[in-house]
Design a protein around this ligand. Structure first.
Ligand SMILES: Nc1ncnc2c1ncn2[C@@H]1O[C@H](COP(=O)(O)OP(=O)(O)OP(=O)(O)O)[C@@H](O)[C@H]1O
Length: 207
């Protein structure tokens, strides 16, 4: 591995649903299109027309998939409508070997799994925090994607995620209050490596 590749730590982005992770990452990919790479996931589902093995997905049999599970080769994996999907450790390392920074947008469960099973990946852990729980609710409502039931499930999950962030599990916190301000902080952290530019975790009086 080259020295440069060795310096490109993967970045874990985590935060409650609706906190603005996708919005912030999209801005970053638009401004710095060449800096980032995406890890190619594994799946047991059949390729669709036009999908290439190794680019869209690593298409594998259920047996191959389960072998990799047994060998602890996945950061996280799950089954959706009868097919298995997973992010392998190798897929993340391949991005780094290609000279790009791998961004992993995962939940706190995934963060715990990396810390427990794959600490050698040594990612920078970044938590995107809402300014308050009420703002999170407003954003989820504004996005118009949630039913009342999934809204309360997401808000309940958010409380657990904020508690985990409070335990000091993240290297950096970015509070997504004003989008441009938060984006500038994230840019300093990820592009300039200034982890000290991060914010303090809010108190969440309204929790
Ligand atoms: N700083 C901000 N101020 C106000 N609204 C914002 C801000 N950032 C994002 N939003 C809006 O909040 C909503 C949720 O944002 P987004 O979809 O990026 O969240 P997410 O964290 O990626 O959620 P999920 O984990 O469910 O994918 C969107 O409608 C987005 O436009």
């Amino acid at each position: 591995m080259s020295i440069a590749a060795n310096l490109i730590r993967p970045v874990v982005i985590c935060g409650p649903s609706g906190t603005g992770k996708s919005t912030l990452l999209k801005k970053l990919f638009v401004e710095f299109p060449d800096r980032f790479g995406f890890s190619v996931s594994h799946t047991t589902r059949a390729p669709r027309p036009g999908e290439e093995n190794g680019t869209s997905y690593h298409f594998v049999t259920r047996e191959q998939f389960l072998d990799l599970v047994k060998a602890d080769g996945f950061i996280e994996h799950a089954e959706f409508s009868g097919n298995m999907y997973g992010t392998s450790v190798k897929a993340v390392e391949d991005v780094k070997k290609g000279g790009k920074m791998c961004i992993l947008d995962i939940d706190t469960q995934g963060v715990k799994l990396i810390k427990k099973n794959h600490p050698y990946l040594n990612p920078l852990y970044v938590f995107i925090s809402p300014p308050s729980l009420s703002s999170l609710k407003t954003r989820l409502t504004g996005r118009g994607t949630e039913s009342e039931q999934s809204m309360s499930a997401r808000l309940a999950a958010a409380v657990g995620e904020l508690d985990y962030a409070k335990s000091g599990a993240f290297d950096v916190v970015v509070v997504n209050d004003d989008l441009e301000r938060a984006y500038n902080v994230l840019k300093q952290v990820i592009i300039d490596g200034k982890t000290e530019a991060g914010d303090k975790l809010p108190h969440f009086e309204d929790k």
